[in-house]
Ligand binder design. Structure first.
Ligand code: FO1
Length: 334
């Protein structure tokens, strides 16, 4: 219940890992946003992977740790003050994947999740239970309770043919250096939105697409049946923040992903990839970095209202400033 006098703003965001988590931390933990916001985060679970018998959910955990105060500031994923003793022991046994960085503290999260899933709880229920400890300050929900893993079709370096490898292997072992011919969501044909996903979009005062990877994070969430249509039809304004600044991703390897789907790595191209809601697309407003301000006319010609502001998330308050500008821009336009 909203006991304060300030208006409560119901905000829903679709988020991936590190970039999305950092934006939402600014949105919820900076005093620059100046409003009582109730935030629902729909997290990408396409990165999820079985490792050594444990179910690992990288984007859910990155969001939970970042918002709950446990994230490794240096890595942007996994825990602060982490050790990798178990990983080293597994390596001595020659057990693969040796390329996956499984931290000892992080393993506790995967053990709780895996045993709970095996006991019959849904991923949504498990995530809620894990968040009881971490108190992320948002409603953190998976895009789906069903398995829907991103696999990448590449020219396999160890085989003389094309093969699909798990996204994590492509991302971590190969640093996204193998040209991706296609991204496949394994399980998508039977995946349903998790409880609350569609309602949180349709009942929001504002929907924000943070600077997450538009292909393998936000794009994967949009592939879940009903999600893209909910964005097209929600009465709430939809505002996105460009993950591309000066034709390069702020972090990560979104350029390799955009190339795979034939989209130029630019703030304007990503905006047009999402498309204007007045033309049947997904966004009404788009924030780009000041260095890309020359792209405003092109973006507005596509039916998307656009402003250029500082987009480097250098600290929580700078990110909070970005969030406040995004909120003001999207709400004032109504
Ligand atoms: N990213 C890496 O670059 N190297 C790793 O070894 C690694 C391990 C890892 C373990 C748990 C986890 O939650 C995330 C982890 N990540 C690692 C990050 C992860 O690959 C990415 O955050 C997402 O999947 C892409 O955004």
């Amino acid at each position: 219940m909203n006991t304060s006098t300030r208006p409560q703003l119901q905000i829903t965001t679709l988020a991936g890992g590190i970039g999305g988590a950092r934006f939402i931390r600014g949105l919820t933990q900076s005093d620059l946003v100046g409003r009582e916001c109730d935030v629902t985060v729909i997290a990408n679970t396409g990165d999820d992977i079985w490792v050594h018998g444990l179910r690992v959910c990288p984007d859910l955990d990155t969001l939970m740790y970042t918002l709950g105060g446990g994230i490794s500031a240096e890595r942007g994923w996994g825990r602060e003050d982490e050790t990798f003793t178990t990983k080293a022991e597994l390596g001595i046994y020659g057990v693969e994947p040796t390329w996956f960085g499984l931290g000892d503290k992080d393993i506790a999260t995967h053990l709780v999740r895996t045993t709970s899933l095996q006991a019959g709880y849904t991923l949504s229920q498990v995530t809620e239970a894990l968040c009881d400890r971490w108190q992320p300050g948002v409603h953190l929900i998976p895009m789906s309770d069903d398995r829907c893993e991103t696999h990448v079709v590449v020219d396999h370096p160890e085989k003389d043919s094309r093969a699909a490898i798990h996204f994590q292997e492509w991302w971590i072992k190969y640093h996204a250096s193998l040209p991706a011919h296609e991204f496949i969501s394994v399980g998508l044909d039977s995946a349903k939105p998790a409880p609350g996903v569609i309602d949180s979009i349709m009942n929001a005062d504002l929907v924000i697409l943070p600077p997450s990877n538009p292909v393998v994070s936000i794009g994967t969430i949009l592939n879940i049946p009903g999600v893209a249509d909910a964005l097209r039809n929600t009465p709430a304004p939809v505002v996105g923040i460009s993950p591309i600044v000066s034709n390069a991703p702020v972090r990560g390897m979104a350029d390799a992903c955009l190339k795979a789907i034939g989209v130029e790595t630019s703030a304007a191209a990503v905006a047009q990839h999402y498309g204007a809601r007045i033309n049947g697309g997904l966004i009404d407003y788009w924030l780009i970095d000041e260095s890309d301000s020359a792209a405003i006319p092109e973006i507005e010609a596509a039916g998307i209202q656009c402003i250029a502001v500082p987009l480097m998330m250098t600290d929580i308050d700078a990110t909070g400033d970005m969030a406040r500008v995004a909120i003001d821009f999207a709400l004032s336009g109504n």
